[in-house]
Ligand binder design. Structure first.
Ligand code: DGL
Length: 265
């Protein structure tokens, strides 16, 4: 197969709108590139489903983007990366396929001074122990991980602040590492960067808080052949609920989403 044209967009997919936090970082790192973003909102959440089901969904979503024509694929979903990255790499070779777990582990290991990292993620990501392996491999000594599914629901509601969010965040973080202190919190779900300030209020300034968005963007930018044009645009696709995607997604992306095309996978 020939190398894809550098003028093609970069494909990005997530189970819903959380991956827009990664898209935002990608666009900031590569302002001349075009993107096509697919949120599989009809099947959200992936985080509570079995690894087999998530793999099936991820392969379908990725196939749709590949059929449209893309020059690289970013799996902007921790759960899909944890369950399906090797299968996606194999299925679409030689297309470059990037996940968010390795970049997230890079960010956390760089930030962690004492080598003790706590991870908030979905049930699926925690079950696959994807961050455990990636962090220990990078020299982190201890990893504590906890599923935080209610935070996905709150994020999908567009709620990132307030007493209820504080309460839920506190509840998930309390006892996450037993008696041991941790020095870094990794937000291991693409929905969770919106809770950064609440996590900081709960944990105080001694704990570093990181996510995968900017390290994923740097990793993708470092290896993606650049588009030479100057008409960058982003096309948004969802599998359900275009109005909701636009409304809540604008909050994740930090700008208005003008139009969403509904697709059936
Ligand atoms: N986008 C998913 C992730 O990063 C969270 C939402 C879901 O459970 O589908 O793991």
């Amino acid at each position: 197969m020939n190398a894809p044209s550098t003028d093609l967009p970069i494909g990005v997919f997530d189970s819903g709108i959380g991956g827009l936090t990664v898209l935002r970082a990608l666009r900031a790192a590569m302002p001349r590139e075009s993107f096509v973003y697919l949120g599989d909102t009809a099947r959200l959440p992936y985080g509570t489903k079995s690894a087999d089901t998530v793999r099936r969904y991820a392969l379908r979503a990725a196939s749709h983007l590949v059929e449209r024509g893309i020059k690289a694929l970013v799996v902007a979903c921790n759960t899909a990366t944890a369950a399906a990255l090797p299968q996606l790499v194999e299925a679409f070779a030689p297309l470059p396929v990037h996940g968010v777990i390795s970049p997230g582990a890079d960010a956390a290991s760089a930030a962690s001074i004492g080598g003790v990292v706590a991870v908030l993620a979905t049930e699926g990501t925690v079950r696959e122990r994807a961050y455990h392996g990636a962090l220990l491999h990078r020299g982190v000594h201890r990893v504590f991980a906890r599923p935080a599914p209610l935070l996905v629901t709150l994020a999908e509601e567009g709620r990132a602040q307030g007493a209820l969010v504080q309460h839920v965040v506190r509840d998930y973080l309390e006892g996450i590492s037993g008696d041991q202190a941790f020095d870094t919190l990794l937000l291991g779900c693409t929905h969770f960067p919106v809770f950064r300030s609440v996590c900081a209020e709960v944990l105080g300034a001694e704990v570093a808080i990181v996510d995968s968005a900017s390290t994923t963007a740097s990793a993708v930018a470092a290896v993606t052949p650049r588009c030479l044009g100057d008409r960058a645009h982003t096309h948004f696709l969802a599998t359900d609920g275009g109005d909701r995607f636009r409304r809540v997604g604008s909050f994740f992306l930090g700008e208005t989403i003008p139009e969403v095309e509904i697709v059936d996978l």
